[in-house]
Design a protein. Structure first.
Length: 77
């Protein structure tokens, strides 16, 4: 079964933060997200992994790059 896509409000609730916090992370480009037209969508598993590596911290844009690099390495094997 495929994972369900979440919108901004749903991912905010999942994380226990305000939607404005998610929008701030989107502006910084730090939270793993996918744009579908004008809408932002999230996979809870990707966001949970981002949080797990300290993604909500002050230097989360570098952590997101590292997360993407790590995923690419796993996919190449």
């Amino acid at each position: 079964m495929t994972e369900r896509w979440l919108n901004v409000e749903e991912i905010a609730q999942h994380l226990g933060v305000a939607a404005i916090t998610v929008y701030r992370w989107l502006e910084k480009g730090s939270i793993p997200s996918h744009r579908v037209g004008k809408l932002w969508r999230f996979k809870a598993s990707e966001v949970d992994e981002w949080i797990g590596i300290g993604g909500a911290g002050s230097d989360s844009s570098n952590k997101l790059s590292n997360l993407k690099s790590t995923k690419n390495l796993h996919q190449e094997k």
